[in-house]
Ligand binder design. Structure first.
Ligand SMILES: CC(C)=CCC/C(C)=C/CC/C(C)=C/CC/C(C)=C/COP(=O)(O)OP(=O)(O)O
Ligand SMILES: O=P(O)(O)OC[C@@H](O)CO
Ligand SMILES: [Mg+2]
Length: 245
């Protein structure tokens, strides 16, 4: 089954949680252990990516180890065409819609497209929109950050993504953001679009996760959480339970 079909089936039944693992931050073995605990806690897919400091070799090794450890899809969340691993099940074929640089709007995608075709990875097109504070990825991606009090601006970008025929929209506050995307903004965006909505960045508390899915997010992503907590299974379980609304 295609990964996108799996995602659509999942979100038809329930809200979904995905775990982001940055291969730069630990060994492939440790990454696999983290993925396994998150899977056992109910995460629905593993996303692989980091905004800086990544090599294809490290991504390959990490994907391979995670693949041995969990049966759920492994989806690349690429910072550029240089990290495309042939071992992944799918790749978010994303454009950073509010970037000021053609590099992240279309150039990395132009360089990545032939690689993806050759390797036979499933591309899942996604409009990626970065909201304040944006953190590292906001800077690296040269994003003109969406103000937290301008939900209509985020919604307009999201609708543009839908009209481009993109399959998903991702609202990103930035990895490790002190506050996640405001639920009010999630609601306005969801009201404007018909395609599935992913929200990530700064989600640590079960309550925040619940408020974001209640506002209309179909999928929530946590990354930093699994890097920081001692008991990954307990922490992810709490989030997964909280989004059963
Ligand atoms: C589709 C292809 C081939 C490329 C897309 C290239 C684009 C648009 C990239 C967007 C900008 C960018 C640098 C995205 C990185 C996404 C990402 C993995 C962010 C967060 O990762 P973390 O590792 O948690 O970030 P930190 O390193 O900041 O913690
Ligand atoms: O690391 P956190 O803050 O959970 O963010 C996850 C993801 O949205 C980053 O791209
Ligand atoms: Mg991070």
């Amino acid at each position: 089954m295609k990964v996108m079909d799996y995602i659509i089936n999942e979100i038809r039944a329930r809200k979904m949680h995905m775990t982001l693992i940055d291969p730069a931050k630990q060994s492939p073995e440790e990454a696999a252990k983290m993925a396994k605990e998150a899977y056992e806690a109910g995460t629905g897919a593993i996303m692989i990516g980091g905004s800086t400091d990544l090599s294809r070799e490290k991504v390959d090794e990490t994907v391979l180890k995670i693949k041995e450890a969990v049966p759920i899809p492994i989806i690349l969340f690429p910072s550029g065409a240089h990290v495309i691993s042939k071992y992944a099940d799918a790749i978010y074929f994303m454009s950073l819609l509010n970037s000021n640089s053609p590099e992240y709007l279309i150039r990395q995608q132009m360089m990545g497209a032939p690689i993806i075709k050759k390797l036979g990875i499933e591309p899942i097109s996604m409009g990626y929109i970065i909201i304040e504070p944006g953190m590292t990825v906001g800077k690296v991606g040269k994003a003109e950050l969406i103000r937290r009090d301008k939900p209509e601006m985020a919604a307009a970008y999201a609708l543009a993504a839908q009209y481009f025929g993109m399959q998903l929209v991702y609202l990103e506050a930035g990895s490790g953001a002190p506050e996640p995307v405001p639920p009010k903004m999630v609601k306005v965006v969801k009201d404007w679009i018909d395609i599935p909505l992913i929200v990530g960045g700064g989600i640590r508390k079960a309550e925040d996760a619940r408020n974001i899915v209640k506002a209309g997010a179909d999928i929530i992503v946590t990354g930093t959480l699994v890097e920081e907590v001692e008991d990954i299974k307990a922490a992810v379980s709490e989030i997964v339970k909280a989004i059963k609304v």
